[in-house]
Design a binder for this molecule. Structure first.
Ligand code: PHE
Length: 457
């Protein structure tokens, strides 16, 4: 690659940088906001078990496949598919990723905005002395305002764009490095407090004792969707990030670490929230308000509660930003790679487009709340289509592409740095990518779009 081109696309400077950036993308609202609320709505432990199986059996191998495509081609998804297979339509897997990025940012930016506003609410609104009812009401009144969600949505987009101007190495790496350890520590403190609350046992049971009678097709669809969403798979994010990585990086190790950290943080979030849900009188099915109403109440049970609450929402806000920029980078890299636009222009146009795409989501709890599609508000529809349909579709394309077009051997050659990195797991990887992942994703995917249901009847 010419020096000029390298400068335009950027690269990760340090080894640890790529791990942090990939983990920064994976760890975000998906772990701390979405995981507990989807687990709560889908029966707890049984959902979590299926989720963990998805992570190990499909998530990790698909991440490896994405890494190998990205680093081999040094391109973002669409361009990468075109480069490896110029005359077949595999690039559709990249196109669906760009669409998924737009859909995802539409609601992600709104939730990131809630998080930002809760930083200030923690300082000024005495969250920690409120009752569960008051916290619930505060959340509802916040999301049903019109200007406040739009203002915070705009703030998220503007800050993300400012970080993205710096390019990959300045922007993404730096932020991820500071954030993750701090967030981890704070979660551990929260778990400790939650577990020592009187009545927390019910919450532990909810997380650990699966009730298999509660599992439905929908539970499995949601667990799959959550696995893809949480690991940032199927959108082209991991292909794009790996395209900035050096040839000497140990990709299997990175994938393992990212997957372990991501899953660990999600479980920690679960243990921070559910014991407290039961101990303090909340409902596990509280939906998207769960984190915003339960955790302030837990902070209320701690010394310096307001301070920790502020710190928590600040860290969660930054975690959301490092994921948001990875979602936006998919679109930006598409403009840079496919249309050869400059980085600045790509960032600005992406920012404007995403601000507009987020407006209906921002308004879907207030002025647009009566407009629903398939029983879902615009916000929920964007989430459902991105997480449960587009991301699994992207994952399916990656698996089929590596398994049957590009070749498992070439992927393993890339993952092993030309045979230098040895792992007994490569064989299993090949088997899963060729047979297990496509079969399972296809099954769940067809279910999600209702085709199997139709055939059934
Ligand atoms: N994984 C991120 C989170 O958990 C969200 C995300 C999804 C980021 C897809 C990039 C691609 O918050």
């Amino acid at each position: 690659m010419s020096k000029n081109n390298l400068q335009k696309r950027g690269a990760f400077v340090s080894r640890i940088g790529f791990i942090f950036a990939a983990a920064g993308s994976a760890i975000g609202l998906g772990n701390i906001w979405r995981f507990p609320y989807i687990a709560g709505e889908n029966g707890g432990a049984a959902f979590i078990l299926i989720y963990l199986v998805c992570i190990a059996l499909i998530g990790l191998p698909v991440m490896l496949a994405a890494f190998s495509i990205g680093r081999n081609t040094k391109k973002s998804a669409i361009t990468a598919y075109k480069k490896l297979s110029p005359d077949k339509p595999w690039f559709i897997g990249g196109v669906s990723g760009v669409v998924a990025a737009i859909f995802t940012m539409s609601f992600y930016s709104i939730v990131a905005g809630w998080t930002f506003s809760y930083i200030f609410k923690s300082i000024f609104a005495n969250l920690t002395v409120m009752s569960p009812d008051q916290l619930g009401n505060l959340f509802v009144s916040h999301i049903s305002g019109v200007w406040s969600p739009i203002f915070w949505h705009l703030a998220v987009i503007v800050i993300s764009c400012l970080i993205l101007f710096g390019g990959v190495k300045e922007g993404i790496e730096k932020w991820s490095k500071i954030l993750m350890p701090a967030l981890f520590i704070l979660l551990v403190v929260l778990v400790a407090r939650g577990l020592t609350l009187e009545g927390s046992w019910e919450g532990i049971k909810f997380l650990l004792y699966p009730d298999f009678t509660k599992i439905t097709v929908e539970t499995i669809v949601m667990a799959f969707g959550q696995a893809f969403f949480s690991l940032s798979l199927g959108m082209g994010t991991m292909i794009t990030y790996a395209s900035y990585v050096s040839k000497s990086e140990n990709l299997p190790k990175t994938a393992l670490m990212v997957t372990a950290m991501d899953t660990g943080i999600a479980l920690l979030a679960g243990f921070a929230i559910f014991p407290a849900v039961f101990a303090l009188g909340f409902e596990p099915t509280g939906g998207s308000s769960l984190v915003f109403s339960v955790l302030p109440a837990v902070f209320g049970q701690m010394p310096l509660g307001s301070f920790f609450s502020t710190l928590f929402f600040l860290l969660l806000g930054i975690a959301a930003l490092t994921s948001a920029i990875s979602i936006m980078e998919v679109i930006i890299a598409y403009f840079v790679d496919e249309h050869h636009w400059g980085r600045k222009k790509s960032v600005i146009l992406t920012g404007i487009a995403l601000f507009l795409a987020g407006l209906p989501s921002a308004l879907s709890m207030n002025v647009l709340k009566d407009y629903t599609w398939f029983g879902k508000t615009f916000f929920d529809l964007m989430d459902y289509m991105a997480s449960n349909i587009l991301l699994p579709f992207g994952g399916l394309v990656i698996a089929l592409f590596v398994g049957y077009q590009w070749g498992v051997d070439k992927s393993i050659d890339e993952l092993s740095n030309g045979g230098t990195v040895k792992s007994s797991l490569f064989k299993t990887y090949g088997f899963i990518i060729k047979y297990v992942a496509p079969a399972l994703i296809l099954l769940v995917f067809l279910n999600a779009i209702g085709i199997l249901n139709m055939l059934w009847k």
